[in-house]
Ligand binder design. Structure first.
Ligand code: ADP
Ligand code: MG
Length: 225
């Protein structure tokens, strides 16, 4: 479903050129739980951003279900991000003045669902993440792990084709990290395609497959099961 060909991303830093991704090619089948590991600065986030259509590569092709999204208009990329993809970041990125339910409903309302439909879908997602009992709480009234579960509920509420997570447990203690990882495993069991960047080797091993990056290249690609 995701097919990446010869992906290169360069950044210009003053007169220095940084090759953050160096001619990366791989394929992610539907339903796979893929983790991306590697040292800080190896290009993990840059890879995720190109796959998630959050950035445009210097060279290469990013096919999602047969469409090369490098070649389409910014408007088409925006529509794909909103309708087909879901994102989870290390800092939760949920809005502090909205409740858990309102945060989860927001992207659905942006997609054009009416309020009742958005509320139903959001509640279903909060239920799947076992955080429905906190739906009327503000983020400040939730623990880090609970906030991240709200962020995951928001990311999956519209049934995205793929969810992208960039070090989602980096700010969490080991117990809440496990809750978050278990939530991903559960979603994957139900068929969700997931691409997750993680520093933690023990979480990487729980996925179907682990890609290891070094200096912008894939240096190993291991099937765990
Ligand atoms: P990782 O997520 O593995 O820590 P990144 O993908 O964030 O690594 O970064 C890979 C390399 O690209 C690093 O050398 C980083 O400094 C550089 N880089 C990332 N984003 C930018 C940017 N917007 N401008 C300049 N350099 C960047
Ligand atoms: Mg990173």
């Amino acid at each position: 479903m995701i097919n990446i060909k010869n992906l290169t991303k360069k950044f210009q830093n003053g007169d220095q050129e940084i090759i953050a991704l160096n001619n990366v090619t791989f394929f992610v089948p539907k339903g796979q739980f893929l983790t991306v590991s590697g040292r800080s600065g190896s290009g993990k986030s840059t890879l995720l951003y190109q796959l998630g259509l959050l950035d445009i590569p210097t060279n290469g092709e990013v096919y999602i279900d047969g469409i090369d999204y490098v070649q389409v208009s910014e408007n088409d990329r925006t529509i794909a991000r909103l309708n087909d993809l879901g994102y989870i970041f290390q800092d939760y990125a949920i809005l502090p003045t909205l409740t858990a339910l309102e945060n989860t409903m927001l992207p659905l309302l942006m997609q054009g669902y009416d309020k009742k439909e958005a509320e139903n879908k959001a509640k279903k997602a909060l239920e799947r993440l076992s955080i429905i009992d906190r739906m009327n709480n503000l983020p400040s009234q939730l623990s880090g792990g609970q906030q991240q579960r709200v962020a995951i509920a928001r990311a999956i509420a519209h049934d995205p084709k793929i969810i992208f997570a960039d070090e989602p447990t980096a700010n969490l203690d080991s117990e809440t990290s496990e809750q978050v990882i278990n939530a991903f495993i559960e979603l994957n069991r139900e068929g969700q395609t997931i691409i997750m960047v993680t520093h933690e080797p023990e979480y990487a091993k729980l996925a179907d497959r682990t890609i290891f990056m070094t200096d912008g290249s894939i240096t190993s690609d291991i099937l765990n099961k």
